[in-house]
Design a protein around this ligand. Structure first.
Ligand code: PLP
Length: 368
């Protein structure tokens, strides 16, 4: 270990929605390799992105991601910058391809942002919305009114703020499916062949902020809107192995370590089983309690982000303060919905969820 006394370091259970908890073995390995990566005498942060060391790091990260998700040869993997927010514009710019209309499913705050950005580039048909019940459910596929001329159908597989998640990939016939998968990417197995494009900011479930992963079907590349900035042109990024300009090198390296860690967890079915166990523990506890409640329809509850409220007024600040004193941080709900939110991504160990339930139970006994 490069860090003296590292065993004495006290870590908290971090329930942040993002940037979020990372696997401890990954952080340790990054620390050990900080001054000299594999005998190179350099930190990954100091390497040229054109050098053989970093080219190998990026290639291995892509290969591991392809293996984890079983990404078919038909799809390109891009390691980009700008966050999921930039993809809200890049998706219409690249996928309209001569059409002027796209279908969007509105399940919450992130869908809404994707919709308002897309409106700058095309005619958006909101084919279904959950706004009528304050974004607490996923509208059933049978009520979607998709338009026949849509270039693609966009949805948000997991609403990080509202805690609503799609538990199946919707069928859109032959129309390309575009998905913002920022907060449940790599949380379960996925059939990538069903998608035109998947994008995800890394800082939720994959790695450090600064990296955005895009997986796009190759036959959709090459006919972007004429005004598309070079860096947002998927074809140019694909043709240049995501190195048209300097990529987020250190974030790609850490994401690569996370991919290896996920493989060691039994791959995506392994992490899915753990994620189901963690989420069930917390939801079952909330449902059995008299103090806490989940606003989300049971069938559409997220395994990653679990919002809950306290039925009694005026206890929120005390709850957060005491949780912090017990080593559990970042439990405050998003400012737009209030209450609490526990984000329990892949890297949150079940011990963190057990500790949270234990604390909540004890807090209820004293205040319920
Ligand atoms: C966090 C998040 C975003 C925004 O990501 P940035 O990387 O900050 O642009 C978009 N969509 C979802 C679902 C998110 O969770």
């Amino acid at each position: 270990m490069a860090t003296a006394g590292a065993t004495d370091i006290k870590r908290v259970f971090n329930f942040s929605a993002g940037p979020a908890v990372l696997p401890e073995p990954v952080l340790k390995q990054a620390a050990e390799e900080m001054l000299s990566w594999h005998g190179s005498g350099m930190s990954v942060m100091e390497m040229s992105h054109r050098g053989k060391e970093f080219i190998a790091i990026a290639a291995e990260a892509e290969a591991d991601l392809r293996e984890l998700l079983g990404i078919p040869e038909t799809h390109k993997v891009l390691f980009l910058q700008g966050g999921a927010t930039v993809q809200f514009a890049a998706v219409p710019m690249n996928l309209l391809r001569g059409k002027t209309r796209a279908d969007y499913i509105n399940t919450g705050q992130w869908s809404k942002k994707a919709i308002s950005e897309a409106k700058k580039y095309c005619d958006v048909n909101v084919a279904a919305t959950a706004e009528d019940r304050n974004f607490t459910y996923v509208p059933d596929r049978s009520v979607w009114s998709l338009s026949s001329e849509a270039a693609y159908v966009h949805y948000t597989s997991n609403e990080t703020i509202g805690g609503v998640e799609f538990h199946a990939v919707p069928d859109t016939g032959g129309v390309p499916l575009a998905c913002d998968m920022s907060s449940d990417f790599l949380s379960r197995p996925l059939d990538v062949s069903k998608f035109g494009v998947i994008y995800a900011g890394a800082q939720k479930n994959v790695g450090p902020a600064g990296l955005t992963i895009v997986i796009v079907r190759e036959d959709l590349l090459g006919d972007p809107l004429p005004s598309t900035p070079t860096l947002l042109d998927y074809k140019i990024q694909a043709d240049n192995d995501s190195m048209y300009n300097t990529p987020p090198t250190f974030a790609i390296y850490v994401a690569g370590l996370v991919f290896k860690w996920v493989k060691e967890q039994g791959g995506l079915s392994g992490v899915e089983q753990k994620n189901i166990a963690k989420a069930s523990l917390l939801y079952d506890f909330i449902d059995s309690s008299g103090l806490y409640q989940s606003p989300v329809a049971p069938a559409d509850r997220s395994r990653m982000n679990i919002p809950f409220t306290l039925r009694k007024e005026g206890l929120d600040d005390q709850f957060l303060k005491e949780a912090r004193e017990h080593g559990m941080v970042q439990l405050k709900g998003h400012r737009s919905v209030g209450g609490m939110r526990a984000s329990i991504y892949n890297a949150m160990p079940i011990e963190g969820v057990q500790a949270l339930c234990g604390f909540m139970k004890e807090f209820e006994a004293r205040n319920g």
